[in-house]
Write a protein that binds this ligand. Structure first.
Ligand SMILES: Cc1cc2nc3c(=O)[nH]c(=O)nc-3n(C[C@H](O)[C@H](O)[C@H](O)COP(=O)(O)O)c2cc1C
Length: 212
């Protein structure tokens, strides 16, 4: 039979270990919730720029639809679509897509399209384009992407959805035609997808429907 002091020591250690485990679990949960809340807030903020001038009363990131690959949206991986509503009527869809052929690889884009197929805003989310050249596609560096606002699949006609250098209707960033071409093409492809799938975009169930 073990010494009473050994048993007491062991019990004390066990209590300390239990308390520590509980504290770690509690902190983890607390931090986890805070991280999730921060991520949610970040997501809402990063989606807003493509919704300028629109009225909606649903959370921007509340209604998410994931489109598994392969699909006709720009980019090879899965694409995400966030739908916004006003009084439960659809207002716009936000497409998170990838323009494949940027100068330094894929350019992650947010393309907002309203129910009539009109661009509500385009925003560059992530890229590796060259500073001072292709990075000027970022909203914080120029308003180059604002040229897409109000345009649609038929305006201009599909053959004019190109940069001016290639005979199209869209300005290119000086010295950065590659970046410009990639983004014009991705916006056009997103509008083409919307043209063909608008009903499904707004009628499909949310990703997490049925998990709540
Ligand atoms: C170091 C370096 C970085 C470049 N970065 C970019 C870029 O980020 N985006 C881009 O479109 N073109 C970039 N270019 C330029 C392209 O190679 C190409 O010349 C340009 O896109 C053509 O644009 P332009 O038709 O307006 O001359 C870069 C060129 C060099 C030498």
């Amino acid at each position: 039979m073990a010494e009473p002091s050994v048993i007491k020591g062991g019990a004390t250690l066990a209590v300390i270990a239990a308390v520590c485990t509980a504290m770690v679990a509690f902190t983890y949960r607390l931090t986890g919730e805070r991280i999730a809340a921060n991520e949610q807030a970040w997501l809402e903020r990063s989606l807003q720029p493509a919704l300028s001038g629109l009225f909606f009363d649903s959370g921007v990131s509340e209604s998410k639809l994931t489109v598994p690959a392969p699909h006709d949206l720009p980019g090879s991986g899965e694409a995400a679509i966030y739908r916004v509503y006003s009084a439960e009527a659809p207002v716009a869809a936000l497409f998170v897509v990838s323009a494949r052929d940027g100068y330094a690889g894929a350019i992650r884009l947010l393309v907002g399209v309203d129910v009539d197929g009109v661009v509500t805003g385009v925003h560059v989310l992530a890229h590796r384009e060259t500073p001072g050249l292709g990075d000027r596609a970022e909203t914080s560096r120029s308003d180059w992407v604002r040229q897409f606002d109000g345009r649609s699949f038929g305006d201009p006609r599909i053959e004019n959805w190109k940069i001016r250098r290639d005979g199209g209707d869209f300005d290119q960033l000086t010295g950065a035609s590659v970046t410009s071409r990639a983004i014009v093409k991705a916006v056009r492809e997103t509008l083409q997808y919307f043209e063909a799938n608008a009903a499904a975009v707004f009628s499909a169930a949310d990703d997490d429907e049925g998990t709540q």
